[in-house]
Design a protein around this ligand. Structure first.
Ligand code: HEC
Length: 124
């Protein structure tokens, strides 16, 4: 192999290496705080409330009222989907409980209780 050919090959490999390294750095670089947007933060406040309400629901209510909130007929747990109670009455039941349902007043503040109801109203 001529010297020129060797030099050519060497510079080609060096070039590929640099391009490859730059690619890896770009690919694995953590997103900067400014470019990262949480979906719920960029969505409307309504949507953010419903997402938060859904989290509280899954955490505290799903074990009795079912993950889809359609209740459990056999255990006499009412469905909360299309419930014809008013928001105020629902809030009262959530805050004070209704045996055997426990009260949630000490766990969720009024704003949190409101968004649980908002979440339930979003279900079909
Ligand atoms: C231990 C099981 C249990 C848990 C946990 C529970 N519930 Fe209930 N819930 C019930 C039962 C049983 C009833 C029916 C009580 C009655 O007949 O008085 C009920 C009734 C209700 C009602 C009244 C519905 C109606 O149409 O009469 C609402 C609203 C409600 N629950 C919301 C919730 C929410 C929201 C949560 C979570 C924060 C929750 N419940 C957690 C068992 C539970």
């Amino acid at each position: 192999m001529t010297l020129a050919a060797r030099a050519f090959l060497l510079s080609t490999f060096a070039g590929l290496f640099v391009v490859g390294a730059a690619f890896l750095v770009a690919k694995f670089e953590a997103p900067s705080p400014n470019s990262y947007k949480r979906p719920s933060a960029s969505a409307s406040p309504q949507t953010a409330d419903i997402i938060a309400g859904g989290k509280y629901y899954q955490l505290s209510c799903a074990r009795c009222h079912a993950a889809d909130a359609h209740g459990n007929d056999k255990a006499n747990v009412p469905s909360l989907v299309n419930d014809n109670m008013s928001d105020g009455d629902m809030i009262a039941v959530i805050e004070d409980g209704s045996s055997p349902m426990p009260a949630f007043k000490s766990q969720y503040n009024p704003q949190q209780t409101k968004i649980i109801v908002k979440y339930l109203r979003s279900l079909k």
